[in-house]
Design a protein around this ligand. Structure first.
Ligand code: MLT
Length: 233
Protein backbone atom coordinates (compact mmCIF):
# COMPACT_ATOMS: atom_id res chain seq x y z
CA UNK A 1 0.00 0.00 0.00
CA UNK A 2 1.33 3.44 -0.92
CA UNK A 3 1.92 5.99 1.80
CA UNK A 4 -0.19 9.15 1.95
CA UNK A 5 0.08 12.04 4.34
CA UNK A 6 -2.53 14.45 5.66
CA UNK A 7 -1.69 17.52 7.71
CA UNK A 8 -4.24 18.57 10.30
CA UNK A 9 -3.40 22.12 11.35
CA UNK A 10 -5.68 21.46 14.33
CA UNK A 11 -6.12 17.91 15.62
CA UNK A 12 -9.00 15.83 14.18
CA UNK A 13 -10.60 12.97 16.04
CA UNK A 14 -8.93 9.97 14.38
CA UNK A 15 -10.11 6.38 14.07
CA UNK A 16 -8.62 3.04 13.04
CA UNK A 17 -8.45 4.12 9.38
CA UNK A 18 -5.34 6.10 10.25
CA UNK A 19 -2.23 3.95 10.15
CA UNK A 20 0.08 6.39 11.91
CA UNK A 21 -0.83 9.49 13.93
CA UNK A 22 2.07 11.88 14.48
CA UNK A 23 1.28 14.26 17.31
CA UNK A 24 3.04 17.64 17.12
CA UNK A 25 3.21 20.30 19.83
CA UNK A 26 6.58 21.94 19.36
CA UNK A 27 5.99 24.51 22.13
CA UNK A 28 6.26 22.54 24.24
CA UNK A 29 4.48 19.28 25.05
CA UNK A 30 5.95 16.93 22.43
CA UNK A 31 9.41 18.48 22.86
CA UNK A 32 9.17 17.94 26.61
CA UNK A 33 7.94 14.34 26.31
CA UNK A 34 10.70 13.54 23.81
CA UNK A 35 13.31 15.05 26.13
CA UNK A 36 11.90 13.09 29.09
CA UNK A 37 12.31 9.79 27.22
CA UNK A 38 15.82 10.84 26.21
CA UNK A 39 16.63 11.32 29.90
CA UNK A 40 15.42 7.81 30.62
CA UNK A 41 11.76 8.15 31.64
CA UNK A 42 10.22 4.67 31.75
CA UNK A 43 6.81 5.75 30.52
CA UNK A 44 4.84 8.99 30.01
CA UNK A 45 1.10 8.90 30.59
CA UNK A 46 -0.75 11.89 29.10
CA UNK A 47 -4.08 12.86 30.71
CA UNK A 48 -6.54 15.64 30.01
CA UNK A 49 -7.13 17.17 33.43
CA UNK A 50 -5.17 18.23 36.49
CA UNK A 51 -7.50 16.09 38.61
CA UNK A 52 -6.75 12.97 36.54
CA UNK A 53 -3.03 13.57 36.94
CA UNK A 54 -3.37 13.96 40.72
CA UNK A 55 -5.51 10.84 40.95
CA UNK A 56 -2.99 8.88 38.86
CA UNK A 57 -0.25 9.87 41.29
CA UNK A 58 -2.37 8.98 44.32
CA UNK A 59 -2.69 5.48 42.89
CA UNK A 60 0.99 5.26 41.83
CA UNK A 61 3.20 6.69 44.50
CA UNK A 62 6.45 6.98 42.56
CA UNK A 63 5.02 8.80 39.56
CA UNK A 64 6.19 12.37 38.78
CA UNK A 65 3.46 14.90 37.92
CA UNK A 66 4.31 17.15 34.97
CA UNK A 67 2.42 19.86 33.12
CA UNK A 68 1.15 23.37 32.72
CA UNK A 69 -1.85 25.61 32.63
CA UNK A 70 -1.35 29.00 30.98
CA UNK A 71 2.20 27.70 30.31
CA UNK A 72 2.94 27.83 34.06
CA UNK A 73 3.73 24.90 36.33
CA UNK A 74 0.62 23.54 38.06
CA UNK A 75 0.46 24.00 41.83
CA UNK A 76 1.63 20.87 43.62
CA UNK A 77 3.14 19.28 40.48
CA UNK A 78 6.75 18.11 40.42
CA UNK A 79 7.62 19.74 37.11
CA UNK A 80 6.29 22.28 34.60
CA UNK A 81 6.29 21.79 30.84
CA UNK A 82 9.79 22.96 30.05
CA UNK A 83 12.13 20.46 28.35
CA UNK A 84 15.02 22.45 29.85
CA UNK A 85 13.93 21.62 33.39
CA UNK A 86 14.58 17.93 32.82
CA UNK A 87 17.69 15.94 33.65
CA UNK A 88 18.74 12.31 33.83
CA UNK A 89 19.11 12.61 37.57
CA UNK A 90 15.51 13.65 37.96
CA UNK A 91 13.83 11.44 35.37
CA UNK A 92 15.76 8.21 34.79
CA UNK A 93 13.66 5.10 35.43
CA UNK A 94 10.59 7.13 36.46
CA UNK A 95 7.06 7.09 35.17
CA UNK A 96 5.58 10.53 34.40
CA UNK A 97 1.96 11.66 34.19
CA UNK A 98 1.52 14.81 32.11
CA UNK A 99 -1.31 17.23 31.38
CA UNK A 100 -0.94 20.28 29.11
CA UNK A 101 -3.38 22.73 27.58
CA UNK A 102 -3.15 21.67 23.93
CA UNK A 103 -0.63 18.84 23.57
CA UNK A 104 -2.34 16.19 25.63
CA UNK A 105 -5.67 17.05 23.93
CA UNK A 106 -4.05 16.30 20.56
CA UNK A 107 -2.81 12.98 21.95
CA UNK A 108 -6.27 12.06 23.17
CA UNK A 109 -7.75 12.71 19.70
CA UNK A 110 -5.11 10.49 18.11
CA UNK A 111 -5.25 7.40 20.29
CA UNK A 112 -7.42 5.25 18.03
CA UNK A 113 -4.93 5.31 15.16
CA UNK A 114 -3.05 2.03 14.64
CA UNK A 115 0.24 3.60 15.72
CA UNK A 116 0.73 6.87 17.60
CA UNK A 117 4.07 8.66 17.83
CA UNK A 118 5.30 12.08 18.99
CA UNK A 119 7.29 14.51 16.87
CA UNK A 120 9.27 17.63 17.66
CA UNK A 121 12.18 19.35 15.96
CA UNK A 122 14.34 17.65 18.58
CA UNK A 123 13.66 14.21 17.02
CA UNK A 124 12.77 15.18 13.44
CA UNK A 125 15.31 12.85 11.77
CA UNK A 126 14.24 9.83 13.83
CA UNK A 127 10.57 10.45 13.02
CA UNK A 128 11.34 10.75 9.29
CA UNK A 129 13.27 7.46 9.37
CA UNK A 130 10.41 5.68 11.13
CA UNK A 131 7.76 7.08 8.78
CA UNK A 132 9.73 6.07 5.69
CA UNK A 133 9.24 2.46 6.79
CA UNK A 134 5.45 2.84 7.15
CA UNK A 135 2.67 2.50 4.59
CA UNK A 136 -0.93 3.66 4.42
CA UNK A 137 -2.35 6.86 5.87
CA UNK A 138 -0.21 9.11 8.04
CA UNK A 139 -1.89 12.01 9.81
CA UNK A 140 0.23 14.84 11.17
CA UNK A 141 -1.80 16.09 14.13
CA UNK A 142 -0.77 19.65 15.00
CA UNK A 143 -1.92 20.61 18.48
CA UNK A 144 -2.17 24.32 17.67
CA UNK A 145 -2.65 26.91 20.39
CA UNK A 146 -5.98 27.41 22.11
CA UNK A 147 -8.02 26.48 19.03
CA UNK A 148 -5.86 28.22 16.42
CA UNK A 149 -3.23 26.66 14.17
CA UNK A 150 0.25 27.55 15.37
CA UNK A 151 3.25 28.62 13.37
CA UNK A 152 5.72 26.25 15.00
CA UNK A 153 3.53 23.14 14.66
CA UNK A 154 2.77 24.01 11.03
CA UNK A 155 6.51 24.38 10.39
CA UNK A 156 7.32 20.97 11.82
CA UNK A 157 4.50 19.38 9.81
CA UNK A 158 6.00 21.12 6.77
CA UNK A 159 9.45 19.75 7.53
CA UNK A 160 8.02 16.23 7.68
CA UNK A 161 6.06 16.66 4.44
CA UNK A 162 9.15 18.03 2.66
CA UNK A 163 11.41 15.24 3.87
CA UNK A 164 8.95 12.40 3.26
CA UNK A 165 8.29 13.17 -0.44
CA UNK A 166 5.05 11.16 -0.58
CA UNK A 167 1.44 11.50 -1.75
CA UNK A 168 -0.52 14.39 -0.20
CA UNK A 169 -4.13 14.16 0.89
CA UNK A 170 -4.91 17.82 1.56
CA UNK A 171 -3.79 21.40 0.87
CA UNK A 172 -2.47 21.79 4.42
CA UNK A 173 0.46 19.61 3.31
CA UNK A 174 1.40 22.26 0.76
CA UNK A 175 0.68 25.19 3.09
CA UNK A 176 3.01 23.75 5.72
CA UNK A 177 5.81 22.58 3.40
CA UNK A 178 5.93 25.84 1.42
CA UNK A 179 6.16 27.77 4.70
CA UNK A 180 8.88 25.47 6.04
CA UNK A 181 10.96 25.68 2.87
CA UNK A 182 10.71 29.48 2.91
CA UNK A 183 11.97 29.93 6.48
CA UNK A 184 13.94 26.79 7.31
CA UNK A 185 17.28 28.60 7.48
CA UNK A 186 15.97 31.00 10.16
CA UNK A 187 13.62 28.74 12.03
CA UNK A 188 14.30 29.95 15.54
CA UNK A 189 14.12 33.68 14.77
CA UNK A 190 11.05 33.24 12.56
CA UNK A 191 9.20 31.48 15.37
CA UNK A 192 10.39 33.97 18.01
CA UNK A 193 9.43 37.01 15.95
CA UNK A 194 6.10 35.75 14.66
CA UNK A 195 4.61 32.98 16.77
CA UNK A 196 1.88 33.98 19.20
CA UNK A 197 2.68 31.17 21.60
CA UNK A 198 6.42 31.81 21.35
CA UNK A 199 5.85 35.46 22.27
CA UNK A 200 3.73 34.42 25.22
CA UNK A 201 6.43 32.03 26.43
CA UNK A 202 9.03 34.80 26.13
CA UNK A 203 6.82 37.15 28.16
CA UNK A 204 6.64 34.48 30.88
CA UNK A 205 10.42 34.08 31.03
CA UNK A 206 10.74 31.02 28.78
CA UNK A 207 12.78 32.68 26.01
CA UNK A 208 15.35 29.89 26.02
CA UNK A 209 12.70 27.21 25.68
CA UNK A 210 11.75 28.55 22.26
CA UNK A 211 15.32 28.29 20.96
CA UNK A 212 15.73 24.87 22.53
CA UNK A 213 12.55 23.52 20.93
CA UNK A 214 13.70 24.82 17.51
CA UNK A 215 16.88 22.69 17.65
CA UNK A 216 16.84 19.95 15.02
CA UNK A 217 17.90 16.35 15.74
CA UNK A 218 19.15 16.77 19.27
CA UNK A 219 17.71 13.37 20.20
CA UNK A 220 17.59 10.09 18.31
CA UNK A 221 14.37 8.50 19.51
CA UNK A 222 10.67 8.29 18.71
CA UNK A 223 8.11 8.28 21.52
CA UNK A 224 5.68 5.46 20.74
CA UNK A 225 2.24 4.82 22.31
CA UNK A 226 2.10 1.48 24.08
CA UNK A 227 -0.29 0.28 26.82
CA UNK A 228 -1.59 3.66 27.89
CA UNK A 229 1.55 5.76 27.62
CA UNK A 230 4.52 6.79 25.54
CA UNK A 231 7.71 4.76 25.71
CA UNK A 232 10.97 4.94 23.81
CA UNK A 233 10.20 3.23 20.49
C1 MLT B 1 0.36 22.96 25.47
O1 MLT B 1 0.19 21.74 25.46
O2 MLT B 1 -0.57 23.75 25.37
C2 MLT B 1 1.75 23.57 25.48
O3 MLT B 1 2.69 22.60 25.55
C3 MLT B 1 1.81 24.74 26.39
C4 MLT B 1 3.18 25.13 26.87
O4 MLT B 1 3.93 25.77 26.14
O5 MLT B 1 3.55 24.80 27.98
Amino acid sequence: MAMEVRVNLLPRLLNEETDVAVVIDVLRATSTMTAALHFGAKKIVPVLSVEEAKKYREDNFEVLTVGERGSKKIDGFDLGNSPRELSEEMIEGKELVITTTNGTVAVSKSKRARKVILASFLNLGSVVRLLKRESGRIELQCAGTDGDPSLEDTLLAGALVSQLEIGHINDSCRISSVLYEAVKDNLESFILENGVHAKRLVSLGFFEDVGFCAKINLYDLVPLWRDGGFVRG
